[in-house]
Design a protein around this ligand. Structure first.
Ligand SMILES: [Zn+2]
Ligand SMILES: [Zn+2]
Length: 339
């Protein structure tokens, strides 16, 4: 199965957290957290449509400026989500610059921000051409765990305790459409743009009886074949459960957090989870409202994650990163003794 989403941590495990999630065959990406983003090329940043911030400690939010800087002067919209008090944080960032020349820009960047409370959200739009002033009314909506729902995927949040509310995120693909290349070959049809339309038709639940046109170019000429959508799906597509990516950082190992995380990350294909300290420094971890590597691995195992990546290591282990990784791996494998 070729996954639709290819998440990658922007930085090394000792550096700022940011998970960049590009979409296969699309100029589109999502971002979980935005610490230092200077390693992302502008063309990657410009793929972003939505960003999700767990909490506004500087190591998770400093990259907002990079996004703002890159989008400025472009006809783009970006929607950013964050924890309670997030609109005040965003407005503080925007207020720290001078915007006297932006009204003359030919392209206007539009920023929408949503702060996520346990049962409701508040959204506000900031237009570049208006100097990012929030002169519209705030929009309030009920929140049931889902932040974004599109035909092909959805993004969900859970509120966790880091002495302040800290959000965990899930990206869930609704189902996965795998194209069987050998079947395409048998039909003598090449891959191309039409595959994206085909997948969209399946995600948008088009009537399987309706006609679907496959269009491609052959020796400079346009070729076209029409299929019944359901027939084409039966012939070339294999439908399997969708991908699930979970992102958890900066949380206290409390019974309440643990229960929420295990439930939220259940059967994730890939869990990214902080592992700040070694279990030998359990007390330090507790006082700083962070996880130990052992706790991270244990949560990943209990959630049944298929793959997990511990990261966001404390700099005190700069020369002993392998110890954190080993401790997390052992807990993930369920090895409790030191043998
Ligand atoms: Zn952090
Ligand atoms: Zn933090």
């Amino acid at each position: 199965m070729r996954p639709s989403f290819h998440p990658k941590l922007v930085n090394g495990p000792f550096e700022d957290p940011a998970l960049f999630i590009p979409f296969l065959f699309q100029k589109r990406a999502l971002l979980f957290d935005m610490g230092d983003l200077h390693r992302l090329a502008p063309k990657e940043i410009l793929k972003l449509t939505h960003g999700f911030v767990t909490h506004t400690h500087v190591d998770h939010f400093a990259g907002f400026d990079t996004i703002l800087r890159t989008f400025l002067g472009r006809q783009k919209a970006f929607h950013i989500f964050g924890p309670p008090n997030f609109l005040q944080n965003i407005e503080g960032k925007l207020a720290s610059y001078t915007w006297n020349l932006v009204e003359n820009y030919s392209h206007g960047f539009s920023l929408k921000a949503t702060e996520v409370h346990p049962t409701y959200t508040i959204s506000q739009v900031y237009d570049c051409k208006k100097g990012f002033k929030s002169n519209q009314a705030q929009e309030e909506a009920p929140f049931d765990g889902t932040l974004l729902a599109e035909p092909a995927f959805s993004v969900h949040a859970v509120h966790l305790n880091h002495k302040i509310p800290c959000l965990g995120f899930n990206l869930k693909e609704r189902f996965h459409v795998n194209i069987m290349k050998d079947r395409l070959k048998r039909l003598k049809i090449p891959v191309g743009q039409w595959l994206r339309r085909f997948k969209e038709a399946l995600y948008e639940e088009h009537d399987l009886e309706e006609g679907f046109q496959v269009v491609w170019k052959e020796a400079g000429k346009e070729r076209e074949l029409t299929f019944r959508l359901g027939d084409l799906a039966n012939q070339i597509a294999h439908i399997s459960p969708g991908q699930k990516i979970t992102y958890i950082v900066d949380v206290l190992f409390s019974p309440e957090n643990s229960e929420k995380i295990i439930d939220f990350a259940r059967n994730a294909d890939h869990l990214f989870i902080e592992a700040a300290f070694l279990d030998a420094e359990l007390e330090v971890a507790r006082n700083k409202y962070h996880l130990t590597a052992k706790q991270a691995g244990t949560l990943a195992r209990k959630a049944g994650a298929k793959q997990f990546t511990p990261f966001h290591f404390s700099p005190r282990y700069a020369h002993t990163a392998h110890l954190l990784q080993e401790e997390a791996d052992r807990a993930f494998a369920g090895i409790t003794s030191d043998q």
